[in-house]
Design a protein around this ligand. Sequence first.
Ligand code: NAD
Length: 484
Amino acid sequence: MVSRVIPVEPFDLVLFGATGDLAYRKILPGLFHRFQVEQMPADARVIGAARTEMTTEGFRDHVAQAVRDAVGDDTEVLKALPAFLECLDYVPVDAMGDGGWDDLGDKLRDNVVRAFYLSVGPRFFGPIAGALAKRGLATPESRIVVEKPFGHDLASAKALNADLRAAFREDQIYRIDHYLGKETVQNLMALRFANSLWEPLWNSTHIDHVQITVAESLGVEGRGEYYDQSGAMRDMVQNHLMQLLCLTAMEPPSKFAPTAVRDEKVKVIHALEPVPLSDIARGQYRARDGGDSYTDHAGDPRSNTESFIAMKVKVGNWRWAGTPFYLRTGKKLRNRVSEIAIVFRDPPHMIFPKMEHRRGNALVIRLQPDEGITLRTTIKDPGPGGMRLTEVSLDMTFAEALGEEGRAQDAYERLIMDVIRGNQTLFMRGDEVEAAWEWADPIIAEWQKEDARPPSPYDAGGSGPEDSLMLLHRDGRRWREIGG
Ligand code: NAD
């Protein structure tokens, strides 16, 4: 298949936190992939910046290892590694002090795209943005990219926005939610707005409910103490699940452009109704078969932080009145699976014999483990024996349907190239993040009250607490199997 990769302009990308875990696992291997397919030009440069004392040679060795870990022994792909390493530079910089900034400034070129990627904790966002502005390294065209978490509540998100906006305009700020970089998530928009088939059905007249699941099989190992300050609501719901909800529920934007798309997304968040505690199930995993419990890692044996949450969310507008969105996410569940399932209403009048275990039409947009789209359809059960019905899935797995080009380009790869192209469509705008916290904060505040109900225990490797099942059961519905 002929490559459709369009090279981006030459750039200087300064990667703060270049020696950290995220840079090692995602950002640097992602850049290598873009270089290897010739999207990143050979005269682009990646300048690592971190507190660690290291030479450029040392940094190149470090990145070579990161790339080998990510690529494995694909010698054909690795042929591009030496040339990629030539694009790398390194300068030790103390984000909180004076050291290193002049050296960094000396390395930056004029007349190429300039981007600063802050792969560091949020407490560094303000100081780094301020230093870049004060020292004249941030030009009116340069871009700044920040990682999650973007605040832990509305007040802290507002403070981060104020810090960034003191040094950069909103159209220079790229807040990453890597879920938006996933191929299938963008396909959701293509599916909805490039086909005439779905949009007439995309409303409460035809859709019974929507299920959004992001299930992880791993626990909080290693990140326990950090996670315990956050919990599933802050770590997953306020950002990733909210983004998936917005893209599913939003009105068609007038064009596929940053302002138009983000305006529609933020309208969805503003339309969300407050969620009563009775519409939320919280859980915390406990050991099964000699495994470990959440509290083994949390740093507090009596922690009341949730590692699972399921909730019924209502979008209070004309399109969605009467069609709930059920959101569910958790750790140590049976399988690792992320999907959006659009479950359609039954036909108004059934002319065939009643079908056992009928689940009905569902359009499932799968993000993990393999990206693809499935349509559950009812057909005649083949063979003799009268008109019996059965359900089959029409399945399109992108990697199979599209060959090599269907390879799930890592979300980070796409998003970094979007930064260089100056396209903010798949990044969160400041008001969007604040609106999401405004919605989440009152819920979290309820859980922090003295008499709040603690999360219900659920077995590691299962499908979450009983309350989660009941949440749908009482509405006459049921969750899709996690990975089933
Ligand atoms: P990390 O602790 O592994 O790395 C932190 C980096 O920051 C290191 O390179 C360190 O040298 C640098 N640093 C620390 N103090 C500094 C200072 N004073 N001046 C300059 N550099 C300094 O962290 P990480 O896991 O790579 O995460 C980075 C950011 O990305 C965090 O905001 C994190 O929440 C976010 N994030 C991480 C992941 C992940 O999978 N690791 C996923 C999503 C988001």
